[in-house]
Design a protein around this ligand. Sequence first.
Ligand code: COA
Length: 516
Amino acid sequence: MNSGNQAASGKDCRRACRGEPRKLRTGFAAKLIEGVLDFKTMIDNETLPVEYLGGKPLCMNQYYQILSSCRIPGPKHDSIVNHARGKKRSPHISVVHNFQFFELDVYNSDGSPLIADQIFIQLEKIWNSSLQTNKEPIGILTTNHRNSWAKAYNNLIKDKTNKESVRSIEKSIFTVCLDAPMPRVSEDIYKSRVAAQMLHGGGSRWNSGNRWFDKTLQFIIAEDGSCGLVYEHAPSEGPPIVALLDHVVEYTKKPQLVKSPMIPLPMPKKLRFNITPEIKNDIEKAKQNLNIMVQDLDIKATVFHYFGKSFPKSEKLSPDAFIQLALQLAYYRMYGQPCATYESASLRMFHLGRTDTIRSASTSSLKFVEAMDKPNKQNQEKVDLLRKATQAHRQYTDMALTGNAIDRHLLGLKLQAIEDLVSMPELFMDTAYAVAMHFNLSTSQVPAKTDCVMCFGPVVPDGYGVCYNPMEEHINFAISAFNSCAETNAASLAHYLETALLDMRLLLQSTPKSKL
Ligand code: COA
């Protein structure tokens, strides 16, 4: 599994799948593919409306990186190939079912995209010709450590047929994964199980081989009708991916108006792989490695349903700052101390901008969390500290958004020192620097119109990954941790977070409304 993989889960086509589940699922997949192609037309024609943040236009480049691209493992470093433009432009997507990959052309000879009816017929052909379940899970190779995968990759593509198949996946516009059934679980852990399926596929016994994790964008359609996506993080941050997802979800709700022309389409091409004993050995090693990681990942996807961003707004507080402060309170209550906290801030106000870090643990947040549970402190004093801490967070956010945060600057200096082979400046050798970089809380807001949430893993062995999508009246969270760390527990943090949010609301409601 690439550490940079991020997944979104939430859109649920279970209702649509009642009746004839399998055909309705294929029908949904066809409509989804049509929706992505509709979005692609806007990318290709450069008609995507420019996005704004705080009245400032944002760089739209990431939108041009997410389709027809793939990460390629390399002996020294990986690279990204992009086949979106020019002669290399690809007319196909890849579809995987029962670990078997197919190349599916999604454009007619006149350049017009296939419509859902046509795609449905093609998906049915793929489905029916990949019913065997005993195939080698070739895609699982992409889950291995990058160095091991780079070696296995070179070995894999020595064979001409394998090379053609790999290139086809890499060039494809995106991948659609038609997943096999997952173990049934109770309703209370169902959301977390789906999040895990989207993020890593469940391990070698389940759907992890039904992926090509280097592919930038893979849509996953589960057997029970839930669906989501997993994306390789190198080419883009979450927001452009979620904007595409929002478009596709809306698109799938539209009725089908255009009828398919009844011109028969050729059978989608099956991508064949010759599995030598050496490749088989690489697959086995990748399986073992992946299963350890899957076992280790603890995910809790949860909905905080008491209020959404409308409550902090009604208190004239930034919802994002309010949620971040609740995270600080939750962590402090669990561990009796704060921790270095990372929140991603978009740098898209700048050309080709990616992210910088909002350091959510501040002296102001510490003052608030320390005061919050002290019975001798007046509520008004606590409210003042809460307001000051959220304002401090918002100020740091504005600083980060305008390129004035510290982390990418320091990272640049450190990498420059490494590249120039000079001795490492003392700052980077200091224990304080190591503590400041050990982000026990790695967090990110990825807002979406769709009722979904993204999820990703922690960045340190004793840490948490927290992603959230604040909706108007509720907040979707996905929290991750490692089972191998005795001190962390995703469900516990989720519980403390819920309590922190409720306590902060109660506190604000217990004092006269601010005139701020
Ligand atoms: N009073 C009332 N309303 C307020 C307010 C206040 N004091 N402060 C903010 N709000 C409103 C905003 O106007 C906004 O309204 P909207 O819902 O109508 O748009 C809403 O509350 C949300 O604002 P806020 O919670 O402050 O956050 P934000 O939307 O500005 O987002 C970041 C902050 C840091 C998340 C955002 O700037 C960012 O960088 N996002 C990208 C992060 C990213 O790339 N993540 C993915 C990494 S893979």
